[in-house]
Write a protein that binds this ligand. Structure first.
Ligand SMILES: [Cu+2]
Length: 127
């Protein structure tokens, strides 16, 4: 019995340290890279053209110089969209102009301050 206790104790301590390490560290890693929290236009929403203001809110600050927006129009043409500004950390603004009726996909790629690139898309309709 006593010998078993001596063998198990270091393992048990190691297990606790590892579990705590995961519990403390994992959420920080998950929060550090930029995840899209909300968008305007909203995903799968319908908006009025021909001008649409874009606001993309991320979970962390992003590097504007290494972040890109592109727009896929109803004809299948892809166009680069200029990011206008970052009104607050992690919030990107842009303006879409000359939109016609149809289905669009706004694609985003951002570089977060932790060095991770995330990307995604926001499909929307113009009525
Ligand atoms: Cu990250």
């Amino acid at each position: 019995m006593r010998r078993n206790t001596w063998i198990l104790t270091p393992l048990f301590v190691t297990a606790i340290v590892v579990a705590c390490g995961i519990a403390l560290f994992a959420p920080r890693v998950a929060l550090a890279h930029a995840v899209l929290v909300s968008s305007q236009p909203g995903a799968n929403s319908t908006v009025s053209g021909p001008e649409v203001a874009v606001l993309l809110k991320y979970s962390s600050r992003v590097d504007l110089e290494h972040s890109t927006l592109t727009l896929l129009d109803p004809d299948g043409k892809v166009e680069k969209v200029a990011i206008e500004s970052e009104p607050s950390p992690g919030l990107l603004s842009a303006k879409l102009t000359g939109l016609v009726k149809g289905a669009y996909v706004l694609r985003w790629q951002v570089l977060a301050t932790d060095g991770h690139i995330t990307r995604g898309k926001v499909p929307f309709q113009v009525k």
